[in-house]
Ligand binder design. Structure first.
Ligand code: PMP
Length: 364
């Protein structure tokens, strides 16, 4: 694998899967590339000049690399945990041939599970909150899964919540198995076994800071544990969280970034591994998400914009000997009607609508 830079790139040992023939789609999960995010750092300095700005004694900023998870075959980082959880359930008999997979998921874990279920002949039922985009539901149905949409604005213990509905369906369906990504130890274990080692390998052990959003906490906990251990505690682990979520001290107030932030603390989140959490607003997350598409050619999702805002704050305060890696969980294709839709951005006040006032001096 090759990390490109202006001097032509450096070669580090790794698995280069280009040109390879694989037997199954699951063989394509993981070994995702790192891409240099220079444009994001420049843009952050322009958009938020005071935010993490290099101050007195500043060392000029650190390089920032994004780990591009949308190249996984199901389109997100969640393919990693989907295959790990299904493999483990098959091994110990919790999931048997002809069984049904039931899961409350905001979409990406569902896609990974639906993809594997299609390949291995299982049924799938997913529950999700109604704030999740229609495009995401359509993808699950395309793989043959059933999708149950539940209200977002209810308590997790409310029988109408997507957690409660999933529990109910599991209880009533013979042969049902719920991976429960919020408590399943195979979720963080998958990142400990793959995401973390890949980052270490592909940076040649030079990574000093790892930034990731926190949903179930599986990514940051598993990859973070590995990076801490392998570096003897040197790698700093920074969580990126939507303003209002519990991880950054909020009460669970609704926010619009999907896939990250929680109103409960899941068992899969090992908070001892996280050195600090950066809270990022919906507005800043979405502006960065759009910017990554337009200025870096990276069509990624809103939680990527959120994580990159946090990562640019971290990188701007460091020096050239540091190396920041930020995880980019999914693609922007699932957000075309929201983040990439100008009208939607105007409606929420995230963008100023074009003014009707004639521009003084404009050539008509
Ligand atoms: N971003 C997106 C788009 C996601 O779907 C998820 C998973 N909920 C995350 C980030 C967070 O990953 P994790 O659950 O491993 O904390």
């Amino acid at each position: 694998m090759r990390i490109h830079d202006d001097s032509g790139g450096v070669d580090v040992p790794g698995d280069d899967r280009r040109g390879r023939v694989v037997d199954r789609v699951t063989d394509l999960i993981g070994n995702t590339p790192l891409v240099r995010l220079t444009e994001a750092v420049t843009a952050a300095a322009r958009l938020w000049p005071a935010d993490g700005a290099p101050g007195e004694g500043s060392r000029g900023g650190a390089p920032l690399l994004g780990k591009l998870e949308y190249v996984n075959p199901g389109g997100s980082v969640k393919d990693r945990i989907a295959v790990a959880m299904v493999d483990a359930a098959e091994r110990d008999g919790r999931l048997r041939p002809g069984g049904t997979i039931v899961e409350p998921t905001s979409g990406n874990t569902g896609v990974g599970l639906a993809m594997i279920a299609a390949l291995r002949g299982y049924q799938c039922v997913f529950t999700m909150p109604d704030k999740i985009s229609e495009e995401k539901r359509a993808v699950l149905r395309a793989y043959g899964a059933e999708v149950l949409v539940c209200p977002t604005a209810v308590d997790p213990d409310d029988p109408r919540s997507y957690y409660s509905v999933a529990r109910d369906v599991t209880r009533r369906t013979p042969g049902a198995w719920s991976p429960d990504q919020y408590s399943n130890p195979d979720n963080p274990a998958a990142h400990r076994a793959s995401t973390g080692p890949e980052i270490w390998r592909d940076t040649g052990g030079r990574v000093t800071h790892f930034v990731a959003g926190i949903g179930t906490g599986g990514t940051i906990s598993g990859a973070g544990q590995y990076l801490k251990e392998v570096s003897g505690g040197r790698v700093q682990v920074i969580g990126a969280d939507p303003e209002g979520s519990v991880y950054s001290g909020g009460s669970g107030r609704p926010y619009l970034v999907e896939g990250v932030g929680e109103d409960i603390w899941p068992a899969t989140f090992d908070k001892t591994v996280v050195d600090r959490v950066e809270a990022v607003s919906d507005r800043d997350s979405f502006l960065m998400t759009r910017l990554l598409a337009r200025e870096a050619g990276l069509l990624v999702g809103g939680s990527c914009g959120l994580a990159v805002v946090a990562a640019t704050r971290v990188a701007r305060a460091l020096g050239p000997d540091d190396l920041v890696v930020v995880l980019l969980p999914d693609s922007g294709r699932g957000y075309l009607s929201k983040i990439f839709n100008d009208e939607w951005m105007y409606d929420y006040g995230f963008l100023d609508p074009p003014s009707d006032e004639p521009v003084v001096g404009a050539v008509l």
